[in-house]
Design a protein around this ligand. Structure first.
Ligand code: ZN
Length: 365
């Protein structure tokens, strides 16, 4: 996530803190400082916030390590004022796998709460005896926060954990797409409830409401798109009318091609073989660094993914999202035969949507 600073790596997963979290933390520090006469109280309050976010990191690691069991890696974990986000490469469509991944986070908080329940009387008693801690406060509060985290995350507010568990349970009885639609609708209702509750004081809930609403909308759109693309081979959804560059072309030629049409990313071909890609962003970067007479060969990038005309388009689109490739070359028998682009996929989905809804209206009239 942009604007985040890495604070460490656990189990090979980068842990980041978003700048808004620092702002939030400094804001709290000033508030506590202003409110309490005793600086130790303010420090204790801040240590408590850090401990809570430590539990949030462990919660996200629960998701990440459960996902790893199913061969799904986690790009990073980011802390925001509203909680943590683990960016998984993908969410498995297998309902049991999604269920387990979603449940693993709250289960971590159950475990922490249980440990605190059994350990804290002793630990807190010791610290209190040394005059470091008011008895009952820190660890007991941390335990209660963990119980709250379990309950809050289990609310069926898709894409929060409870919502994912709901979707997975539904997907055992209906198609993945329908299950997503239902879970997303429930999630949006929950978002509205959060927003209403947020208006009465807890403005953090307003952010969570927005996060849930946009997340539910995004996921249901993605599921609808995947559903519309199901069963289509790449060959039926690729662009066949496109321009290519040669390594020895100058950037001037690339600019002319870019301005002449709507194509944004250009395959680079030498002796009939695909050797690289020059994207629009890369071209702009290159022009900032050097002049138009520089060669395409100097600035082209390796191809991030190639596909065959017979691959399934919905899987290719998922791979494109996973690898952040806006344009994917289609190669058949060592020859470049087409391109799959985000824009073209969106057009295809829109057309299929119109076509299917017309068919449905013919059926129902
Ligand atoms: Zn979670």
């Amino acid at each position: 996530m942009s604007g985040s600073i890495r604070i460490g790596t656990i189990a090979g997963i980068g842990i980041f803190v978003h700048w808004t979290f620092w702002v939030f933390f400094i804001f709290l520090a000033f508030t506590f400082w202003g409110r309490s006469a005793d600086p130790w109280q303010a420090i204790e309050a801040l240590l408590f916030i850090l401990a809570v976010f430590g539990c949030v990191v462990l919660h996200e690691l629960g998701h990440a390590l459960a996902a790893r069991q199913f061969g799904v890696e986690t790009r990073d974990i980011t802390l925001l004022p509203i909680g943590g986000v683990a960016r998984l490469e993908r969410i498995p469509e297998e309902p049991l796998q999604e269920l387990w991944i979603a449940a693993a986070g709250p289960l971590v908080n159950v475990a922490i709460a249980a440990v605190l329940y059994f350990v804290q009387p002793k630990a807190a008693g010791q610290l209190a005896a040394e005059g470091l801690l008011a008895p009952e406060s820190f660890w007991n509060s941390l335990m209660r926060v963990n119980i709250f985290l379990v309950l809050f995350n289990l609310l069926p507010a898709f894409p929060m954990d409870g919502g994912r568990i709901l979707r997975a349970a539904l997907a055992m009885r209906m198609s993945h797409w329908r299950a997503t639609e239902v879970a997303a609708s429930v999630g949006k209702v929950m978002a509205v409830l959060f927003a209403l509750a947020g208006l009465f004081g807890n403005f953090m809930l307003l952010f969570i409401a927005l996060f849930v609403y946009l997340g539910a909308e995004g996921e249901s759109q993605l599921a609808r798109m995947n559903n519309l693309l199901a069963g289509i081979p790449v060959r039926d959804g690729m662009i066949t009318d496109f321009s290519v560059l040669r390594p020895e072309d100058t950037l001037k030629t690339a600019i002319e091609m870019l301005l002449a049409g709507s194509q944004q990313d250009f395959p680079v071909v030498a002796d009939g073989q695909l050797v690289g890609m020059l994207s629009r962003n890369r071209l702009f970067q290159a022009l900032q660094q050097g002049g138009q007479e520089h060669l395409v060969a100097e600035y082209m990038e390796p191809v991030c993914l190639t596909v065959s005309p017979f691959d399934a388009l919905d899987a290719v689109v998922r791979d494109m999202q996973q690898h952040h490739c806006p344009t994917v070359p289609v190669v058949w028998q060592d020859r470049l035969v087409g391109l799959v682009t985000n824009d073209n996929v969106v057009e295809l989905v829109t057309l299929r949507n119109i076509f299917l809804s017309r068919q449905e209206s013919v059926k129902t009239t």
